[in-house]
Design a protein around this ligand. Structure first.
Ligand code: GLU
Length: 294
């Protein structure tokens, strides 16, 4: 019997420094990949220049290196993969699975921003391209931590954007093409993307790509319940002192703190982490931080 080798990934966007929430996703996906004796790849999701912060990706990659979390393959940058995304888009257009759309956000406001049919009153020079999501497009999948997840993508999301009217690639298209191209078998990421997964599965089906397994890690929340990475308190993790940050992420992943006590260097910590990691201890719900634990 042949088994597909495990291939996981961490896909940071260069929108700021690495913070505790992104370290949790990086360390969690790395541990699951190592536990499965698989590979772990880093992909830079830099397809959104208006949101790109200069220097952020260099800072994030340097931080990952300080934490000992290195990519097992060459790091891929989405900004250099236009041809792949264009080929996927051309194919969807040729098969009439995608269409040009001139609707503006204001024009879609009456439909709560959900596109089911075009309401544009004027043609734009550069329309957006959307995936057709017909009625009955219901997607269900088994999340590794959260169990069965189901979404009626037609009702909840509608026809979604693949290439934006400003010409940039939408995250949904780029991530699906790359997960397919890099033969990713296991997507492990923060639960803020749980809602995007049904869209990505629909797009995989439209492109004839396999669907990986998904596991959405808990989010770190402020004491008031706000997502940490969106709040002003999302401070960068201290890559100059990697041990405490890794120990904190380890505890947040529900693992036994004693396993990492007394580590003197990152290499020793990671070795002990691989040996002691127990996926059954991963917490299924989000983590609300104490005011003094940020
Ligand atoms: N680039 C996304 C982020 O930084 C992650 C995308 C993914 O893991 O699918 O939030």
């Amino acid at each position: 019997m042949s088994m597909t080798a495990y291939r996981g990934r961490f896909a940071p966007s260069p929108t700021g420094p690495l913070h505790a929430g992104s370290l949790l996703a990086a360390f969690g996906s790395w541990l699951l990949a190592r536990h499965a004796r698989g590979q772990w790849l880093v992909r830079v999701e830099d397809v959104d220049p208006p949101r790109t912060v200069p220097g952020a990706i260099e800072q994030q990659l340097a931080a990952l290196a300080a934490f000992g979390l290195g990519s097992d393959d060459a790091i891929v940058h989405q900004s250099q993969r236009d041809a792949l995304y264009q080929a996927a888009l051309d194919r969807l257009l040729a098969e009439d699975k995608a269409f040009a759309c001139h609707c503006s956000r204001t024009e879609l406001a009456d439909q709560q921003g959900i596109h089911h049919y075009c309401v544009a009153r004027t043609e734009r020079a550069r329309p957006a391209i959307r995936l057709r999501v017909p009625p009955g497009s219901v997607v269900a999948f088994d999340d590794g931590l959260r169990g069965r997840v189901r979404q009626d993508v037609h009702a909840m999301v509608g026809d979604f954007v693949l290439r934006r009217a400003d010409g940039y690639w939408a995250y949904q298209l780029a991530v699906v093409v790359d997960d397919g191209d890099q033969a990713i078998t296991d997507v492990v990421r923060g639960a803020d993307l749980l809602d995007s997964t049904p869209r990505q599965i629909l797009l995989q089906q439209a492109l004839g790509l396999p669907t990986p397994r998904y596991l959405h890690l808990p989010l770190l929340l402020e004491p008031d319940g706000l997502k940490l990475s969106k709040s002003a308190a999302a401070r960068p993790v201290d890559a100059d002192h990697p041990l405490p940050a890794l120990q904190q992420a380890w505890a947040q992943l529900g693992q036994d703190a004693a396993r990492l006590q007394g580590c003197r260097c990152v290499a020793e910590l990671l070795e002990r982490a691989i040996a002691g990691f127990d996926p059954a201890r991963l917490p299924p719900g989000d983590i609300r931080l104490d005011a003094d634990a940020r």
